[in-house]
Ligand binder design. Structure first.
Ligand code: DQA
Length: 139
């Protein structure tokens, strides 16, 4: 089973960035833990700060992988292009946010991508990625 994790803008700074909101662990370190927790999954990780590169990655994996876990970062709230990319691919996408976007600024309450995802996990910290993986790998 092949699953792609895609992180959007500023998520390369996890562990350094606003640690009171996003925690002090880098995604690279967490990714190693995830791979150990889900040894039977072929897990890949991609991060970009560039909207079009996120669209390209969705196209690249979206017809062959079994699942995509997407944290589109701030593009969640603005990107028609990412909405359209998810709508255009076959692989199911789970939307993940580390913070609880509904307890934060109002501009984070609107997601342009949720309607094209199978579900949304928000507010459980990095554990949200493991929760998404549990769903995608359920028997
Ligand atoms: C985020 C929430 C977004 O509103 C924000 O722009 C991010 C991270 C999260 O994981 O909580 O960059 O997607």
């Amino acid at each position: 089973m092949k699953i792609q994790i895609i992180n959007g803008p500023n998520l390369n700074l996890l562990g350094k960035r606003e640690t009171s909101i996003y925690g002090s662990e880098s995604f690279e370190v967490y990714f190693e833990t995830l791979k150990k927790r889900f040894p039977s999954v072929e897990l890949q990780y991609y991060q970009s700060n560039i909207e079009g590169e996120l669209v390209n990655k969705l196209h690249e994996v979206g017809f062959s992988f079994d699942g995509i876990i997407l944290n589109a970062g701030a593009y969640t709230h603005t990107s028609v292009a990412i909405h359209d990319a998810i709508a255009g691919i076959k692989t199911p996408v789970v939307e993940v946010h580390i913070s609880n976007v509904y307890s934060r600024e109002e501009f984070r309450h609107k997601s342009l991508i949720t309607s094209k995802c199978i579900g949304l996990i928000t507010g459980f910290g990095l554990e949200g990625y493991a929760m998404a993986l549990s769903y995608l790998t359920r028997g």
